[in-house]
Ligand binder design. Structure first.
Ligand SMILES: Cc1cc2nc3c(=O)[nH]c(=O)nc-3n(C[C@H](O)[C@H](O)[C@H](O)COP(=O)(O)OP(=O)(O)OC[C@H]3O[C@@H](n4cnc5c(N)ncnc54)[C@H](O)[C@@H]3O)c2cc1C
Length: 423
């Protein structure tokens, strides 16, 4: 019996909707199975410029221009405010895309799922996939709403990673055992003009904060710390968030008049990878393929990127099934390369030397614009970016032994203050 769908997609977040829209636009029979009813709260609100080309393909760029916050870059400050560095994408190294968006995820995810419906995908909300059965000619999804069959399946179920769990592929990243708590606030102090739309990261000893503007009134505020530090303090997520905000002069000042408008949400131990990203008749996309850390806002970018790559690969495979192993292997190689790149960057962020170099950027050799380009999502094999990043990592390594850049206050109390505006 012929399966009723060409592709079944588990999860209607950014990865699943992206794949669903593109496959439906290409005329494939697609079903997206989503366990929640949208709109629903989700974290991951700061997007990267290199998703914009995909937004054009998805047909949602104009809608985003209408309601999303215009994000031109990011600012990174130390907790006491002694060092502040701004990255504006317009100054990134050979960047083709120089603007991104900050979005409320409930609205963004609903927009993408609605777009999948209008493109022709069938969407089944409030339906959870419990198990996937693989056969040589099809996959069968056992869901809370019955059984459905498709020729291929994309697992885009986020950190729930349905196939990763089922096949025991998930591999935690022990050096990134983090805990995060966050909420939406009103009356958080903002800067003026385009600076109002920047992502703000505040680096403190042992933890860091984000401030992401969601619209004219609301700001997403969260903190990331070691799981062990959270447990040792024996406080609730609410108490933890209040305590660490109060302990940081920069955060205290920005949050002086702030009022919390949502409950405090908490997530722990979220970083992992999968031993495999593809197999016979299945592909993993977005967080279901792996999640590294939220520091550089790469999650939704990777979700959209991998959803797009899965859709293009499957469209070609459906036309010519003999291409499956070659195209799946290419997808897996490409996504691993990108994840490795960001994992190296994220791992470095948690070393004090990295913050010292990062917040004292040099204009020499255009190192700061190259870092800026990677943070914008420029994943091409540009040699100009590659060698600059190697040099950047070498400086971070040397900083461990020789203070090439000013030490952080916590490591050298007498350090002079440095404020830098970077291009
Ligand atoms: C603290 C924190 C802060 C973050 N900040 C950022 C940020 O600023 N910028 C950024 O880009 N990223 C950020 N991220 C990452 C971002 O949240 C994710 O990378 C992104 O949401 C991944 O999209 P996705 O489509 O893969 O998965 P999701 O968005 O999680 O979507 C998966 C969907 O699958 C559904 N699902 C799950 N299980 C099943 C099932 N069994 N059956 C059916 N449906 C199912 C879920 O309901 C969900 O709707 C952050 C993450 C964390 C933890």
């Amino acid at each position: 019996m012929q399966p009723e769908y060409d592709v079944a997609i588990i999860g209607g977040g950014p990865a699943g909707s992206t794949a669903g829209i593109l496959l439906a636009q290409a005329g494939r029979r697609v079903v997206i199975v989503e366990r929640e009813k949208f709109p629903r709260f989700h974290i991951g609100e700061s997007l990267l410029p290199y998703s914009v080309a995909t937004f054009d393909r998805l047909g949602v760029r104009e809608e985003l221009d209408r309601w999303a916050v215009d994000k031109r870059g990011a600012e990174i400050a130390t907790a006491c405010g002694s060092r502040v560095v701004k990255f504006l994408f317009e100054n990134g190294f050979r960047l083709r895309h120089r603007r991104a968006y900050q979005v409320e995820r409930a609205k963004f995810d609903q927009m993408l799922l609605d777009r999948a419906r209008t493109a022709g995908a069938e969407v089944r909300e409030q339906t959870a996939v419990e198990r996937v059965e693989f056969a040589s000619d099809a996959v069968t999804l056992h869901t809370s709403g019955g059984v459905l069959r498709a020729r291929y399946v994309i697992d885009a179920s986020g950190r729930n990673a349905v196939i990763g769990q089922q096949l025991d592929l998930k591999q935690p990243l022990p050096h990134l055992r983090k805990f995060s708590c966050f909420a939406h606030y009103e009356h958080v102090q903002r800067d003026c003009g385009i600076e109002a739309g920047l992502t703000r990261l505040v680096s403190a000893e042992g933890h860091w904060f984000w401030l992401i503007p969601l619209d004219d009134a609301r700001t997403s505020v969260g903190v990331v710390m070691d799981v062990d530090a959270f447990k040792a303090a024996k406080q609730s997520p609410e108490e933890t968030l209040d305590r660490v905000i109060d302990a940081s002069p920069v955060m205290r000042e920005r949050m002086r008049d702030a009022r919390r408008r949502t409950p405090v949400h908490a997530i722990g131990d979220y970083s992992y990878r999968n031993a495999r990203l593809t197999g016979p008749r299945w592909m993993l996309a977005g967080d279901a393929a792996g999640f590294i850390d939220p520091i550089f806002s790469t999650g939704v970018f990777l979700a959209i990127h991998s959803g797009e790559q899965c859709a293009d690969a499957l469209h070609a495979v459906l036309a010519k099934p003999s291409r499956e192993s070659r195209l799946f292997a290419r997808y897996e190689r490409g996504l691993r390369r990108v994840m490795d790149k960001y994992l190296r960057f994220v791992t470095a962020w948690y070393q004090p030397e990295f913050i010292e170099v990062f917040t004292s950027p040099t204009q020499k050799f255009q190192l700061a614009p190259a870092v800026n380009a990677v943070l914008a999502g420029n994943l091409g094999n540009d040699f100009g970016i590659w060698w600059r990043m190697q040099l950047f990592y070498l400086i971070v390594f040397l900083q461990r032994h020789y203070p090439l850049c000013p030490r952080l206050e916590s490591r050298a109390p007498a350090q002079a203050q440095a404020v830098a505006e970077v291009s």
